[in-house]
Write a protein that binds this ligand. Structure first.
Ligand SMILES: [Zn+2]
Length: 134
């Protein structure tokens, strides 16, 4: 009985991989159109949730939407009018390419700069993948 109890406890302490996959959801953008500008009001929170440099994320979104950008504190504003759907879709593409580990599929990567190459290193499985520069 005691042994079984121990076994049960040990099993319960094991990390549940499927759960850790589910815990991560791409944050939803809060968008406001103001004149000829589109403002992502919660951009700072999004970047920190993704554990990415806001400059890196905003550069990607700006390239993908062809809209010049500027970062103002927690907000990211684009020149021109962009729909929330398009920003959300581009953000999801960013996450797919730059956040998820290509080996194990976990979202636990961090970006490391080595010389002129940026590498995504996975904290879950240790895999390293170079990523394209944007
Ligand atoms: Zn991994």
């Amino acid at each position: 009985m005691e042994y079984e109890e121990l076994l049960k406890n040990a099993f319960e302490k094991l990390p549940k991989r499927s759960e850790s996959k589910n815990r991560f959801i791409v944050p939803e953008v809060v968008v406001e159109i103001s004149g000829q500008k589109t403002i992502v009001k919660n951009f700072g929170e999004i970047a920190s949730k993704l554990r990415r440099d806001p400059i890196h994320v905003s550069k990607y979104l700006s390239r993908e939407t062809a809209a010049p950008r500027s970062l103002q504190g927690n907000a990211l504003s684009f020149q021109g009018k962009l729909s929330k759907e398009i920003i959300q879709r581009k953000l999801e593409e960013y996450v797919k390419e730059f956040v998820y580990c290509k080996t194990c599929g976990e979202p636990d990567t961090k970006l490391i700069k080595r010389d002129r190459v940026t590498i995504a290193e996975c904290e879950a499985c240790g895999a390293k993948h170079p990523i394209r520069s944007i």
